[in-house]
Design a protein around this ligand. Structure first.
Ligand code: ATP
Length: 285
């Protein structure tokens, strides 16, 4: 038996991950391990491949080469059906846009992944999930009756209801004002500290990234270092140091060695918290 096999599996293990979008090399061979029960932030200039990395790691996108393991299960070679089941049962996802179904109440939105799995929620399960994110008493509210921060909390409760092995977040506070975003970050941090959840989050915000245990940096689809025990100042300084090499600040295309196309909005069509592709009828609050 090799020493690798004797180690407990990482919650997420990426090896040699390559993903092309046409002529664009979005990921150029990424190796990354995420330990269970930790909070990892992914940062980098616009177009550096952060969303692509997250989507591949969460089984929402298939890499062209390389290996993805989530909670010890290798994703390559899984049929679409088995991949869908894995996403449904083992992976949670929250996005910048909350993707709540506007005609459903908060409780119905949270229960949706269970319903889609053919499971009736246990008595009190949905109520408890909403209470966990500070929304006790809001069960019957529809998204239009909730603030943006409350909608993101509903999305969070929905992502967690099936108790996924890993929660992925793609700029989960990106649509929120700083105070509300900080509240959501408090909640995410508490999920790791108090419940041992594993969280991997893409963000552009050094303050949000500094809530993580570890920040990994991507440039031109490749890992470009990491920070442990990050502070906002250290994260911002590292980001600033990355930018000259890649041609500019956020929103500018990467430099000559980088991707040749402008960054596209990578909206995860149809994802509703559990990473199951179950329709895209959700609308922001
Ligand atoms: N579906 C797609 N089709 C074509 N090109 C794509 C697609 N998705 C991503 N890309 C390209 O791949 C590269 C990486 O994109 P990605 O969205 O992963 O970067 P990012 O770091 O998340 O960017 P941002 O911070 O702007 O969201 C970019 O050049 C982008 O334009």
């Amino acid at each position: 038996m090799t020493s690798t096999l004797s180690l407990p599996p990482a919650a997420v293990r990426l090896r040699g991950l390559v993903r092309r979008h046409g002529d664009v090399l979005a990921l150029g061979g990424v190796d990354l391990d995420v330990a269970a029960g930790t909070f990892t932030a992914v940062m980098g200039p616009s177009g550096s491949g952060k969303s692509t990395l997250l989507r591949c790691a969460a089984g929402l996108d298939r890499p062209d080469a390389g290996r993805v393991e989530v909670a010890g299960t290798a994703l390559e070679g899984l049929s679409e059906r088995r991949l869908t089941l894995l996403r449904r049962d083992r992976i949670g996802f929250v996005f910048q846009s909350f993707n709540l179904l506007p005609t459903l109440t908060a409780a119905q939105n949270v229960a949706l992944p269970l319903r889609l799995a053919g499971r009736r929620p246990a008595r009190g399960e949905v109520r408890a999930a909403l209470a966990r994110v500070g929304l006790a008493g809001r069960e019957r509210h529809r998204p239009a009756e909730l603030s943006g921060g409350q909608c993101q909390r509903v999305a969070l409760a929905r992502a967690l209801i099936a108790r996924p092995a890993v929660l992925f977040g793609d700029e989960p506070t990106g649509a929120l004002d700083s105070t509300t975003g900080a509240e959501v970050m408090d909640m995410l941090r508490a999920l790791v500290d108090e419940e041992g959840r594993t969280l991997v989050m893409v963000t552009h915000d050094p303050v949000a990234a500094a809530r993580a245990d570890r920040v990994v940096f991507l440039v031109d689809g490749r890992l470009a270092g990491e920070l442990t025990a990050p502070t906002p100042t250290a994260v911002a300084a590292r980001l600033a140091a990355l930018r000259p090499a890649t041609g500019g600040a956020r929103g500018e295309p990467a430099g000559p060695t980088g991707p040749v196309e402008p960054a596209g909005a990578v909206e995860p069509a149809g994802a509703v918290g559990s990473a199951s592709p179950v329709g895209s009828a959700g609308a922001p609050c």
